[in-house]
Design a protein around this ligand. Structure first.
Ligand SMILES: *Cc1c(COP(=O)(O)O)cnc(C)c1O
Length: 384
């Protein structure tokens, strides 16, 4: 890739990063390379392509683009899924070490951490990540501090700079990992707050079209990157070349999608907060939200996930989902289409997540259409 010689804004980078070199008649987009092995003679050394589990030219444009967005020149690492990236990051906890993790975090990451801790590999300390005093009290002896902010699905906001610094004070060798899936690097750049390793489910906003499952890790520390690259090569959870291409294709419109969905989310959150069938709205963009001030300091926007608690409990919440015609009832988030689900329908969801909580992933449709559909579904509840 040819880097420009002047500063490039993030909403340009999503378009310009990860392009092939500017040579006459070269393709404007990177090709998909379908090869499981690469020419080579003599000793295989670090950096050789060698074999398709170690590297594939199809991964690199996305890896470069993502790291540029997160603010480092060290290329990111694509993985087969967000959870494959989680697996690599959790492997950083040494045997007998201490993992401090939010009690509300991506469900798969929590389940994996709990299973590894149950095998006796390390100690797991779960905390309310918005309660800084509680997190600080859990830090002595920490090996890995896991951050997610906003959290899934409670949308709690962590004090990322303070907690990152405190983890290093508690243990200079500690690694601070942050799942930045909900915010995207356009809204929040954890490396600037002292985080060592940023994790993405590329499946969500980055790819953005609900048609690919991928994950990624980004760090500015060469030693940490080599360790994670080794983990990926040996454990084998690699990306398919076509999926990597789709992710880069999706990334090109990230800025437009995020701009639109964030604006719609704020509008919908304000209106939903005033609806009598809604018991509570969680959205860091609302001034009355407990995470609002912190979010304003750390993020350039508030994301486009909203959580609602519906008056009338679980059955009323289910009735809202069923009555919707435009919103798609499905798990996942971050795609162009608006999705909704009652989180506790998943058996592994933490029981501290209310039964009547609906998670909305706001897409890029016409905002008034999205509102009309929600309003009609809420008005159809017997209580309102
Ligand atoms: C979806 C998600 C993951 C897991 O990613 P997959 O691509 O589904 O494996 C991790 N963290 C967050 C916040 C997510 O939303």
């Amino acid at each position: 890739m040819d880097a420009a010689e002047f500063p490039i804004a993030p909403d340009t980078l999503v378009v310009s990063a990860g392009r092939p070199a500017r040579e006459h008649d070269a393709a404007v987009n990177p090709p998909i390379v379908l090869s499981s092995t690469f020419h080579g003679t003599g000793q295989v050394v670090d950096g050789d392509r060698a074999y398709g589990r170690y590297s594939n030219p199809s991964w690199e444009p996305f890896e470069e683009a993502l790291s540029a967005l997160e603010g480092t020149e060290l290329p990111g690492l694509l993985f087969a899924s967000g959870l494959a990236a989680v697996s690599a990051a959790l492997d950083l906890v040494p045997p007998g070490g201490v993992l401090v993790m939010p009690k509300h975090a991506y469900q798969g990451a929590l389940v994996m951490a709990e299973e590894l801790a149950a095998k006796g590999l390390f100690e797991l300390r779960k905390v309310d990540i918005a309660d800084t005093a509680q997190v600080l009290a859990a830090l002595p002896g920490v090996s890995v501090l896991w951050l997610e902010s906003p959290t899934n699905p409670m949308l709690e906001i962590a004090d990322v700079p303070q907690l990152s610094e405190a983890a290093k004070q508690a243990n200079p060798q500690a690694v601070v990992v942050m799942d930045n899936t909900f915010a995207t690097p356009l809204v929040q750049r954890p490396l600037e707050f002292g985080v060592d390793l940023v994790l993405h489910s590329v499946t969500k906003y980055l790819a953005g079209h609900s048609d690919v499952v991928l994950g990624a890790l980004v760090t500015s520390k060469p030693q940490l990157r080599s360790q994670l690259l080794h983990y990926r090569s040996i454990h084998g959870a690699i990306a398919g070349p076509f999926e990597a291409w789709l992710a880069l294709r999706g990334l090109r419109t990230l800025a437009l999608r995020v701009e639109r969905s964030q604006a719609t989310a704020l509008l919908l959150a304000e209106r939903l907060a005033a609806h009598p069938a809604v018991e509570a709205v969680r959205f860091p963009g609302l001034p009355e939200d407990p995470g609002h001030q912190r979010a304003k300091q750390q993020m350039t926007g508030f994301g486009s996930i909203i959580c609602l608690q519906i008056a009338g409990g679980q059955s009323a919440a289910d009735a809202v989902v069923t009555a919707l015609q435009l919103w798609t009832p499905a798990t996942s988030l971050g795609g162009v289409e608006s999705l909704i689900e009652r989180r506790r329908r998943h058996v592994n969801e933490p029981t501290t997540v209310p039964e009547n909580l609906l998670r909305l992933s706001v897409g890029i449709e016409n905002p008034e259409d999205l509102w009309s559909d929600l309003q009609r579904a809420l008005n159809s509840l017997p209580s309102s």
